[in-house]
Ligand binder design. Structure first.
Ligand code: C2E
Ligand code: CA
Ligand code: CA
Length: 838
């Protein structure tokens, strides 16, 4: 490349105190095409030099003030000979001065009177040298840049075998240090290089061959013992006269390209079976790569793979332990298992997520995928794949930016094993759950719900920070989001249990301050459960589980509380869990059965209907009453299926009784509805379906609902009640008097019957409070045109009192306990007989 124009002429500065000399010279030079500038003194010359760049200066030696020699000295301090050529002009007899000037860096001289053709020739020579030097310098710089930034390792060797030049990349590729190369003989260095090769004799043979055939180029692939592959290219170097000068060697690391090519080649064969290999190879370009030679049991790890673990290229060898040995103790068994599953052909590919120890001492989450390459017999010879760092996606909760459950458990595990080693160190785990978060979400929308969770996280962080320096990863607190509205805090180095409780109380208090969101004020409360490692836990995850149990306990005790876990809770939790599984099985096995309690007309003593009450025939525990399983069934949602079964069975039963006892007024069936069943939007349809299937007249079915159910969900309750009413079904309010004392709703709802709660009936004393209550309920019901059924009548006195008060119907042990369907026939028969005889 020649960047210099051949037309280049140059600009000259002529310094002479004699005006005539100056002008004469300038005119001739201008005519020859040079740009010339004139200076009458050294001082002026220096000033001009500040403004303009000259290629050459002609300096008159004899000048007043500053002579040519002085000016020369100054100029040479500022400009090297490549930047400015200097020609001295002097009287012919001043040879000593000329020698001095040449020593001081002048490039040539002219004697006075100036012979113009000689002057022009000398100027031209100086300028062309200058430009040649410039070009050379430029080429050299360019070459140095190219060599040093080259991806290839470059080595220049003279024809005598002397190493003339090499770049840093060459040293890196061959694991050489500059001082080694400088101190060793060429033979020693070559030995070193040969020692790294799989096929040293082959490469040596090439070198010997080339030393004889100096004009040949060479190209070959070198396989290194550490698994790398170099593309090696060499070419003769000749000087301008075509004389042999030496040889240049280029080495390029093509390991990854090679691997991708191979993976693709092999992939093409395997592609027919699976597209995955190709995807893997393509993906591999961005991830760390590994290639496991199963025959030699060595692994090639790509530089990227190593840097993902914070390691330098040379820090990781090719032993499989470099990988497996860095995997978290809790993950390694799983990883080994998935590897052998794939190698032994039990899985189509290897894929696993695991933690790996980073150079920083922390664990990073990695996703690794790979495929085995098999020989004709199907035995794996190699397995290759990629590794991606998925830590960020793994450990951070996207909404709040807090650590997530995984990271928390990871951290908890480490702290826990540390605290087990140091005898007295206690850990505490807090689980926080927002009370009625669903209400916030449902009423204000999910966006506000999300905003609230973020704001709540920030508030908790700052609360913890004021307790102790900073939050999150500091050594005392770790706040994480478990999911939904559930958060957890790990507290380390607990001295006193009271400290933790105080912290929890502080959190509850600060969280209760209102949040301003979406133009609304939200007053949240949280329930907090705490567990402490002092109770001797083996597994750290149990700490979280127990804090969770304690949190549920706090909720059930009325929310906005702090509860410390104790072992009773664990037992309760275990029984509950057991019960839940049992419930599921019971439903499948049809272990739920109804008993029926007669409802009697007080005036006639005749049975007017039955209330269906569910029982669980537990294979081990015997017959269980609703109190023992309905609350859990409601919590788990299983009440929906149970409720449906109960209603179906009862309707069928009643339908068959009505058919049998056609002669008497149709018997009524009362069925209890749980509030959970009530929020199903298709409840009315479900009931209609059951009625159709059983053939029971809707008028014969009475659904019992509780006051609280109606009151808590007025918006949902009313339309559903109206739908049910529209079917022709009757409705009654159960346990009346125990719930809301507001009576205003009664006329708003399409109710037929009130059931007076047992607690009033059983404690009716003459002129007592309860008697008054029962009396007013009966009056109220009659005012509103409703029937009354008294519950829990156990004595003849109670019966008589109720009859006195004008109560129509009653049920209770006095008349009959709830009985199995089989026993009902005789009850009805005797009831009919009673009426006939009366
Ligand atoms: P409830 O609806 O108030 O039912 C009446 C309860 O009082 C029954 O208890 C019954 O056995 C009991 N009882 C009746 N007469 C007397 C008496 O003279 N003295 C005393 N001490 N008790 C009497 P049970 O069967 O244990 O049911 C308890 C509660 O469980 C029921 O109260 C009802 O709320 C609920 N329940 C029962 N079956 C179902 C059902 O199929 N679905 C739903 N959701 N809840 C049900
Ligand atoms: Ca009832
Ligand atoms: Ca009741």
């Amino acid at each position: 490349m020649n960047r210099l124009s051949t037309k280049r002429t140059g600009s000259l500065l002529i310094v002479d105190d004699n005006e005539m000399n100056r002008d004469m010279l300038a005119r001739r030079l201008q005519r020859s095409g040079y740009h010339t500038v004139l200076a009458e003194s050294g001082k002026r010359a220096l000033a001009l030099m500040e403004e303009e760049r000259f290629d050459l200066a002609l300096l008159d030696i004899a000048m007043p003030d500053m002579d040519g020699i002085q000016l020369l000295k100054i100029l040479r301090q500022r400009f090297c000979t490549n930047q400015l050529r200097i020609i001295m002009v002097t009287a012919s007899n001043k040879s000593a001065t000329i020698v001095e000037a040449l020593n001081l860096g002048a490039n040539d001289y002219l004697t006075k009177p100036v012979d113009l053709p000689v002057a022009l020739a000398r100027i031209r020579t100086q300028l062309s040298h200058k430009w040649a030097d410039e070009e050379l310098e430029f080429q050299r710089t360019l070459l140095r840049c190219q060599t040093e930034t080259s991806l290839d390792g470059i080595l220049l060797v003279s024809s005598e075998g002397q190493w003339l030049s090499y770049n840093q990349r060459f040293l890196n590729m061959w694991d050489l240090r500059r001082e080694d190369v400088e101190n060793w003989t060429e033979e020693q260095t070559i030995q070193w290089m040969l020692g790294k090769l799989d096929d040293a004799p082959g490469f040596l043979a090439t070198m010997v061959h080339l030393s004889e055939q100096v004009d040949e180029s060479s190209s070959q692939e070198l396989h290194l013992k550490d698994g790398r592959t170099f593309d090696c290219y060499s070419a003769p170097v000749k000087n301008l006269e075509s004389l042999h000068y030496g040889r240049v060697w280029y080495y390029r690391d093509i390991t990854e390209r090679k691997w991708l090519e191979e993976a693709q080649e092999e992939g093409e064969a395997a592609l027919r079976e699976s597209e995955e290999r190709y995807a893997l190879a393509a993906r591999g370009a961005n991830d760390g790569l590994w290639d496991w030679n199963l025959r030699t049991n060595s692994i090639y790890f790509s530089p990227r793979w190593k840097s993902m673990l914070g390691c330098e290229e040379s820090e990781i060898g090719d032993n499989p332990e470099e990988w497996l040995g860095r995997i978290h103790p809790n993950d390694i068994a799983r990883v080994r298992q998935t590897i052998s599953d794939h190698l032994e052909g039990r899985s189509p590919h290897f894929e696993n997520e695991y933690r790996m120890l980073h150079q920083s001492g922390s664990y990073r989450w990695m996703l690794s995928r790979g495929l085995a390459v098999r020989d004709e017999d199907g035995n794996p010879t190699r397995m290759a794949g990629s590794q991606t760092d998925i830590t960020d996606g793994k450990v951070v909760d996207a909404l709040t930016g807090l650590p997530n459950r995984l990271l928390f458990l990871d951290h908890l595990e480490r702290s826990h094993s540390r605290s087990r080693r140091q005898k007295n160190a206690i850990l505490a785990v807090l689980v926080l759950d927002v009370d009625r978060f669903k209400v916030i979400n449902d009423s204000l929308g999910h966006l506000v719900g999300d905003e609230f969770l973020i704001a709540l996280s920030r508030r908790m962080e700052s609360c913890l920070r004021t307790c102790n320096g900073t939050t999150r990863f500091d050594d005392k607190h770790l706040l994480a989001r478990l999911g939904g509205d559930e958060f957890t805090i790990l507290v380390e180095d607990v001295r006193h249990v009271s400290d933790v409780i105080r912290l929890a109380e502080k959190l509850t208090k600060e969280i209760t301050a209102p949040f301003e969101l979406g133009g609304q004020e939200i007053f949240p409360t949280v329930s907090i459960g705490i567990s402490l490692s002092s109770s001797g836990y083996k597994d750290s995850a149990d700490l979280l589980r127990d804090a969770d149990t304690a949190m549920y306990r706090a909720k059930s005790k009325g929310k906005a509380r702090v509860e410390l876990f104790d072992s009773d809770m664990r037992e309760r939790a275990v029984t509950q869990m057991q019960l839940e599984t049992d419930l599921r099985k019971a439903l499948e096995r049809g272990e739920f059965q109804n008993v029926y309690q007669p409802i009697v007309c007080l005036a006639s003593g005749q049975i007017v209907g039955f209330e269906a009450l569910v029982r669980w025939r537990h294979p081990q525990r015997g017959v269980l009453g609703p109190a023992e399983f309905i609350p859990l069934a409601e919590e788990t949602g299983m009440i929906l299926s149970i409720g449906k079964t109960v209603t179906q069975e009862a309707c069928q039963q009643m339908s068959s009784w009505q058919a049998r006892f056609r002669e008497c007024t149709p018997l009524m069936l009362s069925v209890n509805l749980s509030s959970k069943q009530f929020v199903q939007l298709d409840l009315a349809n479900q009931v209609a379906e059951i009625l159709r299937e059983s053939g029971l007249d809707p008028e014969s079915l009475k659904l019992e609902i509780t006051e609280s159910l109606v009151m808590e969900n007025v918006e949902i309750a009313l339309p559903t009640l109206l739908q049910l009413k529209a079917l022709g079904v009757q409705l009654s309010i159960d346990d009346f008097g125990t719930g809301y004392s507001s009576l205003s709703y009664l006329h708003r709802f399409p109710i037929d019957t009130l059931k007076v709660d047992r607690s009033f009936v059983s404690r009716m004393e003459p002129n007592g409070e309860n008697l008054k209550i029962v009396k007013s309920i009966i009056n109220l019901a009659h005012d509103l045109n409703l029937d009354v059924i008294a519950e829990g009548v156990e004595t003849a006195d109670q019966k008589a009192q109720l009859l006195d008060l004008g109560c129509e119907c009653a049920q209770g042990y006095y008349f009959s306990r709830p009985v199995e369907a089989a026993a009902i026939d005789s009850l009805i028969s005797s009831s009919i007989a009673l009426v006939r005889s009366g």
